[in-house]
Design a protein around this ligand. Structure first.
Ligand code: SAH
Length: 498
């Protein structure tokens, strides 16, 4: 059976600007063929078992020529695969999506097209430039300023100037001087507002806005690089007043999120909403233990308390119970303790209310609270990672409490963005790394190594901070061990420092 191809417009880079239909197509793909301008976070959405085929195009040197890309698509579908063809921005705007569809049609391969948010509109939007505005212009024109190597630009500047609309040039950074000259010679005023936007709609966005005759010199002085686009028109004069993106508190800051992928979402999204350039680099991975014997044995004995020390422990307990043919009712009669709000929320997702959450969310305070709750002694069933810290069981045992420590899962160190992280650290481009547990510190340092000068380690709690202090000179702790307070801590610390 032959497969299908879904062309997916990936948007300008930020994961939030991928469409829902695009994300669904990725989740269902057996193979993903993608371009260079597709954001890393979007590539993270590709299922691990899907084949990945990078066909990145650099200006003037195409590593994989178009006819080969076409052939790759057909070959994959002949293998019966459902292929997602991920393209930067929108598929049909200067992306040769049309040619790919023609080739698929000629080869009898069914295809569909999921449009994407084009950089031509998203980059101006993130730069405070509405491409049309009733006080200025009612038209916008998208133009490629890409010249074949060594050839002149073929642009009818006279017609463009006559349109009196907003002009957006893609692929034009290397031809910026020619574009500006062409427009000026065709009679556009020297002080016509204009802009170049680099890495538009991404956390690393930079822009230069000035009169057209100054643009090339200012852009070269600022060292703007590709991908970038040029916007020319009176609407650019709004770019200061309507700039909502640059004033965000974490704009221009690069923050690494080390939580495991399943849990990274909220923290990463909250940081992005504050304008940060977020690098999701999970440094630990949970792996459920197959051996459920320790849990079966523990359940033979009565316990006063069931203790959860991480949000991941709750679904892990549910899975282990299910493997034993049981469910959460096996904990019937026990009180429930959660180390913090996240863990209490994980219980709440199963309709359970934690009876105890310590005022400070760490093992030490959890132990103290449990000891207070069992003045006559008692028993505690710890349902947690095999690599859990020893403070909790030791303190409980010292207070005469019988402890059964059941390892439900392993926390393994891993990091699949080591090279990228090392490069950014070496260039001094990382402002902060966030740690939500001791194991994320160990996972990160173990994988990435190196020197963290100028990097702030922002930690969720005291024990995590202790671990971070062994490697980082600058360590900050969230006021309470919650994601919101961690975000607030990053905001305070790294914006003050600059
Ligand atoms: N189909 C894409 C455009 C492909 S042509 C789209 O709809 O966005 C590639 C050109 O797009 C680049 O040379 C650059 O001019 C522009 N571009 C792509 N992503 C960009 C970004 N994030 N910021 C600024 N320009 C971008």
């Amino acid at each position: 059976m032959t497969g299908t191809v879904t062309l997916v417009g990936a948007g300008p880079g930020d994961k939030g600007l991928l469409t829902l239909a695009g994300a669904q197509a990725l989740a269902r793909a057996d193979a993903v063929v993608y371009d260079r301008l597709v954001g890393e976070d979007i590539l993270d959405l590709i299922p691990p078992e899907a084949e990945r085929v990078p066909v990145g195009k650099e200006n003037h040197h195409h590593p994989v020529p178009q006819h080969e890309i076409n052939d790759i698509l057909v070959r994959l579908t002949r293998e019966g695969k459902h292929v997602a063809r991920l393209k930067g921005g929108d598929c049909f705007l200067f992306g040769r999506g049309g040619e790919e569809c023609e080739h698929l049609l000629a080869n009898g391969v069914p295809f569909r097209v999921i449009p994407g948010v084009t950089s031509a509109l998203a980059a101006p939007a993130f730069a405070g430039i509405p491409v049309t505005h009733r006080d200025f212009t009612s038209s916008v024109h998208l133009i490629t300023a890409h010249a074949r190597a060594g050839k002149e630009l073929h642009i009818d500047f006279d017609s463009l100037v006559r349109l009196d609309g907003t002009l957006v040039f893609l692929m034009g950074l290397s031809a910026l001087e020619q574009v500006a000259d062409g427009l000026l010679r065709a009679g556009m005023p020297a002080d016509m507002p204009a802009a170049v936007i680099e890495n538009g709609a991404r956390g690393t966005q930079r822009k230069v806005v000035c009169g057209l005759s100054e643009l090339a010199a200012q852009v070269r002085a600022a060292g703007l690089q590709s991908p970038a686009l040029i916007v020319v028109g009176r609407v650019c004069s709004l770019s200061g007043a309507l700039d909502w993106f640059t004033p965000l508190p974490l704009h221009g800051k690069t923050v690494v999120v080390t939580r495991p992928r399943a849990r990274a979402g909220t923290l990463a999204d909250k940081l992005r909403a504050r304008g940060a350039n977020v690098i999701e680099a999970p440094c630990i991975e949970m792996s459920q233990r197959e051996d459920t014997q320790p849990l079966a044995a523990a359940l033979q004995q009565p316990h006063d308390w069931a203790v959860f020390t991480s949000p991941a422990g709750v679904p892990a307990a549910v899975r282990a119970l299910r493997a034993l043919g049981r469910d959460l009712r096996a904990l019937y009669g026990m009180k429930l303790a959660a180390i913090g709000k996240g863990t209490a929320d994980a219980l709440a997702a199963y309709g359970l209310t934690a009876d105890l959450v310590p005022a400070q969310y760490d093992g030490e305070h959890l132990a103290d609270a449990l000891v207070d709750a069992m003045p006559q002694g008692g028993s505690a069933l710890l349902l947690r990672a095999a690599q859990g810290g020893q403070v909790l069981p030791e303190k409980l045992a010292a207070a005469g409490i019988r402890v059964t420590d059941v390892p439900l899962y392993d926390t393994m160190h891993r990091c699949d963005k080591v090279d990228a992280l090392r490069g950014l650290l070496a260039d001094g481009k990382v402002d902060a790394v966030t740690f939500t547990s001791v194991s994320t510190v160990e996972g990160f340092v173990g994988a990435v190594g190196g020197d963290y000068k100028g990097v702030t380690a922002c930690c969720i709690g005291a024990q995590t901070a202790e671990a971070a202090k062994r490697y980082f000179a600058d360590v900050k702790i969230a006021k309470n061990a919650t994601i919101d307070d961690l975000v607030a801590c990053i905001e305070e610390e790294i914006t003050d420092a600059s």
